[in-house]
Ligand binder design. Structure first.
Ligand SMILES: Nc1nc2c(ncn2[C@@H]2O[C@H](COP(=O)(O)OP(=O)(O)O)[C@@H](O)[C@H]2O)c(=O)[nH]1
Ligand SMILES: [Mg+2]
Length: 386
């Protein structure tokens, strides 16, 4: 921060424009920002940083020419490794070399309306850590002339990301028009190095949301590209993005108690299933009886893993509470195993046929799972009231 006037902090703002073969666009957007937009912004010091990846069309030379005219233009050149890699490199440069307080992500191709810059800055000035442009809420939009399939791809893709991540307060996950305080990047940068392509946008935002940064939305009209081509490779992007959102969500689930419960239950399920099959197929036992023995073996393993791991922070601390929980566990498990799981097998075996006994076992186990998790989390390892 440079100096203070009338209690308003004057901050150094660096607009990062990533470019790959954008010569025609860069010679339009930079003069527009310099002549039409920056003069209107009185309370901050505005800079432009072009993050070029040695574009063969000579984008960097064009930038160098413009740098003679305006002293607040900077160039950060590198090898082409993808959009995310270019942003990470440029953000480091903006902080370390230019001492930026606030950075913008903005396409160089004119699709991000520069007249919105002051709205992003208002959000940051009022205390938000990050402001993200949104095309999908409160007046934001995507180009009307896009073919239906492209519109659907854009809207549905964003809904899928939102739904998998289970974070619905953010309306536009995939966009690339954003402003952020340096602190957000400094906190997340080490976790972002694997996201070299467009998935950088979703992963960066997801980590910022996770860490509780204050995030505002700025609706804007996303206009169509008028010059040059999009650099996105849709198939590669979709695979990368799905890998990220599904992977990160599975990790979140596994870290929660329901995920651990499923892992422990999965192990118990294997013990139960193996014993059941051996007794039915090797010794010709009736499936219902065989299941009781299989389940009894699984219960002891489940109790100990749940006690130590799933509900580890609420685990039995004394020998008395260990046995008291074990008895409760056997009682609820016995009820579930006898009436819910074995009951389903018995009914199926009796009324439908032995041929499908393993299917009834699977259905019964599904019902058992719901019963068990409810009992474990609400009764046996319930949270103590403060
Ligand atoms: N430096 C750099 N810029 C890139 C790269 N890929 C895309 N860009 C730039 O990022 C911005 C957004 O890319 P664009 O192709 O328009 O994506 P779209 O708007 O989603 O179709 C444009 O300014 C591109 O020139 C890259 O690998 N390196
Ligand atoms: Mg674009």
């Amino acid at each position: 921060m440079l100096h203070v006037t009338c209690q308003m902090l004057i901050m150094k703002v660096v607009i990062i424009l990533p470019t790959y073969n954008e010569k025609g666009n860069i010679e339009k957007i930079i003069p527009y920002l310099e002549e039409k937009i920056f003069p209107e912004i009185k309370n901050h010091e505005m800079h432009i940083l072009v993050a070029d990846d040695s574009s063969p069309d000579g984008t960097a030379n064009e930038v160098k020419t413009l740098m003679h005219k305006w002293k607040n233009i900077h160039l950060n050149n590198g090898q082409k490794k993808g959009l995310g890699a270019a942003y990470i490199r440029a953000m480091k440069y903006a902080i370390e070399t230019l001492n930026a307080d606030i950075m913008f992500e903005m396409d160089a191709d004119g699709q991000h309306d520069p007249h919105k810059i002051h709205e992003f800055l208002e959000k940051i000035d009022s205390g938000y850590d990050m402001a993200i442009g949104t095309r999908y809420s409160n007046g934001g939009s995507i180009p009307k002339n896009w073919p239906l399939i492209r519109k659907a791809f854009s809207v549905i893709g964003n809904i899928i990301v939102k739904s998998i991540l289970m974070r619905f307060s953010i309306h536009d996950w995939t966009g690339g028009y954003r402003a952020l305080r340096r602190e957000v990047f400094l906190k997340e940068k080490d976790e972002l190095i694997n996201f070299k392509g467009y998935t950088f946008q979703v992963s960066f935002l997801h980590k910022a949301v996770r860490d509780g940064f204050k995030i505002a939305e700025v609706p804007f009209h996303f206009s169509d590209r008028t010059l040059g081509n999009s650099k996105i490779v849709p198939a590669e992007y979709i695979v990368d993005l799905l890998k990220y959102v599904i992977g990160v969500r599975l990790k979140e689930i596994a870290a929660g108690s329901f995920g651990k419960f499923l892992v422990v239950g999965g192990f118990g399920f294997l013990i139960n299933a193996v014993v059941l099959r051996i007794l039915v197929e090797g010794y010709n036992w009736a499936p219902a009886f065989a299941n009781l023995v299989g389940a009894a073996c699984a219960i002891f393993s489940n109790f100990n893993f749940n006690n130590l791991w799933t509900f580890g922070e609420r685990k039995a601390k004394t020998i008395f509470s260990y046995f008291s929980k074990l008895i409760q566990f056997y009682a609820t498990s016995a009820f579930g195993v006898i009436f819910i799981q074995t009951g389903t097998i018995f009914l199926g075996d009796t009324f439908i046929g032995r041929k499908y006994y393993f299917l009834f076992f699977l259905i019964g186990t599904g019902f058992l799972l719901i019963w068990n998790f409810t009992m474990y989390s609400r009764v046996i390892w319930r949270k103590k009231k403060k």
